[in-house]
Design a binder for this molecule. Sequence first.
Ligand SMILES: [Zn+2]
Length: 95
Amino acid sequence: MEERYVPGDFWRCCDVCGLKYRSSQTRKRWDGAWVCLSDYEERHPQDFVRGRKDRQSVPESRPEPTETFVSGSVDVIYAPDAEQVLAPDGDMVVI
Ligand SMILES: [Zn+2]
C-alpha cells in the first residue's frame, strides 16, 4: 500500500478490524465506531421495534351486583359427599 500524502485524506484505524485505511474509505457506524467499508453495517430494524400496550378491558362491562343473602331457618346442613346430613339440633339424619 502506497503511503503518500493525500491532502484531506488522512489515515484512520478501523474500530473493528484495526487495519489502517484512508479516511475516505471509512464510515461512521450507528454506534459511533469508525469502520472500513467492509465492516460497515446498518442498524438492524429490530432495534426500532417498540412494544404496544395491551388493551385488557372487556368490550362490555357491567357493575358487580350487590350480594343478596337468604335469611330464615335452615332445616338441614347438606354434605354432598356424605350420605348423612347434620340437622341444626345436632342429630344425624340419614338420607
Ligand atoms: Zn475494518
